[in-house]
Design a protein around this ligand. Structure first.
Ligand code: ATP
Ligand code: MG
Length: 649
């Protein structure tokens, strides 16, 4: 199963920006002389003052420093908008698809994007926002979210987006965490046919922040309730009187562009700081090359702008490239499980980028939902967020891609700004479940987990670290540089430590095996959770699975599996037995599950990732303290799992 490999299609090789020979040559150059390589790539952007320094970085604990293009100046919004106006003023920049398919989609041209961003920038300036000030965005997936991001960039303010699914408490913590001056929100956020009362949540959050925080309210549904005079400002009214021009601020390459919290899969979310020049160079380059974007394509990343994927691949990367980017307000299953594919058909999407959690959910609904749509416009598929189980990969490849679209399985993190490991569609073979190759300039290493020694031979397995900096790397944890150094640079000296485990196969290709904290040690055999989960998901009755270790008297650790069955499958003891036998067959007796619990749902972060640290606590019977659950999507799921666990003891 793991050895299957799909070579790039001949047409892709011919038309792609990068073929195999070019990759090899460029990659070698990029790691041999990063200064020269990135010095050239930096020219993708328009600089106000050209840089003369390219790379000034150090991974040494105690004096970690990451600077790129440090003496250059630029404006990120001008790079994403203004510089395209000469050629593309009337080209669509953003296609907005509303939650309700009956509502009209919008096509926003680069000229309109310019005018609306300037209006928003002027409104923010009038509210007193100055360069370096923080602005919180708590918004639905509406074009105004992109305007607000770019408006901040235009005036040099730092944005921090809080996903619209977060509670008032989480919102308040994030407003206070960066001492924000303004909160931009909307009346309500439609999603999956329901409406989240954003403004009401904002009102609650603002009870726990400084009185000086101003609230700018965008009208989305008209479902407005209370209004606090002097604190709340109506965006529609202010925008009407605002000018459609606004001089972009001259920013240093290392001035912060945004703060964004990680998903909180492994613990308390970290407030990641990204800066302007290096981040944009990296987002633009990865968007163009990984997805093989060409003029005329319609690119759709289905993430929310509340996550880094939305920052880099809905807004900054595509717009820096003058692309047409789709912004979708809804969810994959509303009005039904065909929605993603209907949107692809409607807007003739050429590249589609989503997460394994969505693929697994849609796979469970059956392929009829895909097959009734015309997906002939699709040329490439992408995935990000978690290891993708080969079963889901194959379904994505065969059913969605019709066997003709390469899948880029992109491994990266909030911290990395853009893709670090991914196959390139015209250069590399793909393998179901493998993140394959380093992007240009990225130097991955596999370290021996206990000694930290670099392992040079392949095949091998260990922890994944990066040896040297790349321009999209985070610069710090907001307000806590010490946490930044400790989290990423203290476990393995001289490296950026990803927190993920990986395997490098005999071809030298990389596979992510899961979080290092999640590695299980059964009778001295180390095992990643991804492999056991993938074996379970490969069974026809299983929709989703999460695997953790628990203390076991004889083996050290036992294997505890939480299994969600396909719609309509009966949970029986025979099925448990069959699943044990199945995993033993697929991987070997060592991976045989000790305990299987039926899980109607799995605890996930709001970005859709399985939170194994919570499942580990339940398996260990230690659910008194579940740790930071501020980003848990649905607490009821956890209650259910605990209840069923307790009944069994
Ligand atoms: P926290 O850091 O707060 O625990 P998080 O790591 O889930 O949360 P993100 O930055 O959203 O926050 O996610 C990055 C992680 O997602 C990676 O470290 C990796 O574990 C996982 N990931 C992302 N893409 C892939 C992929 N293509 N294959 C395997 N794992 C992936
Ligand atoms: Mg992380």
């Amino acid at each position: 199963m793991l050895d299957k490999s799909y070579p790039p299609a001949a047409e892709m090789v011919k038309s792609a920006h990068i073929d195999a020979a070019k990759y090899d040559k460029m990659y070698a150059a990029s790691v041999a002389d990063p200064e020269a390589f990135w010095g050239e790539e930096g020219k993708r952007l328009d600089w106000i003052k050209a840089y003369t320094q390219v790379k000034d970085t150090d991974f040494t604990l105690g004096k970690v420093k990451i600077n790129w293009f440090a003496d250059g100046t630029l404006n990120v919004a001008a790079n994403c908008i203004d510089r395209h106006l000469a050629d593309r003023a009337s080209q669509t920049a953003i296609i907005w698809e509303p939650d309700d398919p009956k509502e009209t989609a919008q096509h926003i041209t680069y000229q309109q994007l310019h005018d609306n961003t300037c209006r928003m920038a002027n409104v923010l300036r009038d509210l007193g926002v100055k360069r370096g000030d923080r602005v919180i965005l708590y918004l639905p997936m509406i074009p105004e979210a992109a305007y607000a991001m770019l408006a901040c960039a235009r005036i040099g303010a730092i944005h921090s987006i809080v996903f619209a699914g977060f509670s008032p408490d989480a919102l308040a913590a994030r407003i206070n965490g960066c001492d924000a001056k303004v909160l931009i929100t909307a009346d309500e956020a439609p999603r999956g046919g329901k409406k989240t009362p954003l403004k009401t949540n904002a009102d609650k959050a603002l009870l726990h922040t400084k009185d000086t925080v101003k609230c700018l309210v965008i009208k989305r549904t008209g479902g407005q309730t209370t209004w606090t005079e002097g604190r709340d400002f109506d965006y529609t009214a202010l925008a009407q009187g605002a000018a459609t021009t606004c001089e972009p601020a001259e920013m240093n390459a290392e001035d912060p562009l945004f703060i964004l919290y990680t998903s909180g899969s492994t613990g308390q979310p970290k407030g990641v700081v990204h800066t302007s020049g290096g981040y944009l160079v990296y987002a633009a380059m990865t968007h163009q090359i990984t997805f093989d974007y060409h003029d005329g394509d319609v690119f759709w990343c289905s993430a929310d702008v509340g996550w880094v994927t939305g920052h880099s691949y809905i807004v900054y990367g595509p717009l820096a490239n003058g692309a047409t980017t789709v912004m979708f307000e809804g969810v994959p299953t509303y009005p039904d499980a065909s929605r993603f594919w209907q949107v692809c058909e409607k807007h003739k999407v050429t590249q589609f980028y989503t997460a394994p959690t969505a693929i697994r959910a849609l796979m469970g609904q059956g392929k009829e939902f895909v097959e009734k749509c015309d997906l002939s416009s699709l040329r490439l598929l992408g995935t990000v967020g978690e290891p993708i189980n080969p079963e889901a990969w194959n379904w994505y490849n065969d059913v969605v891609g019709g066997g003709r679209c390469p899948i880029v399985d992109t491994w990266w993190q909030t911290e990395t700004g853009g893709h670090l490991l991914t196959p390139l569609p015209g250069a590399h073979a793909t393998k179901p479940g493998a993140a394959m190759k380093p992007f240009f300039g990225v130097m991955p290493v596999v370290l021996e987990p206990t000694t930290g020694a670099e392992i040079h031979e392949s095949p091998t397995e260990g922890v994944l670290a990066i040896k040297d900096s790349w321009p999209g790397q985070m610069r710090s944890v907001w307000g806590d540089h010490d946490r930044f150094e400790k989290t990423y640079f203290s476990d393995y000296k001289g490296y950026y430590f990803s927190g993920d485990g990986c395997r490098r196969d005999a071809d030298g290709d990389y596979w992510i095996t899961g979080r290092v904290d999640d590695v299980i040690n059964v009778s001295g055999h180390r095992m990643g959770t991804a492999e056991v989960e993938s074996a379970l998901v490969a069974h026809e009755c299983v929709a989703e699975a999460a695997v953790v270790g628990y203390p076991h008297e004889i083996k050290g650790q036992g294997i505890y599996c939480y299994v969600t069955l396909m719609n309509g499958v009966e949970p029986t003891d025979e099925l448990k037995k069959a699943l044990r036998g199945w995993v033993r067959e697929e991987i070997g007796p060592i991976a045989s599950p000790d305990l299987i619990q039926w899980a109607p749902g799995l605890p996930k972060t709001r970005s859709g990732k399985i939170m194994r640290r919570i499942l580990r606590k339940i398996a260990e019977n230690d659910y008194g303290a579940l740790g930071d659950i501020s980003t848990l999507a649905d607490p009821d799921v956890v209650e259910n799992l605990i209840d069923n666990r307790m009944n069994r003891r």
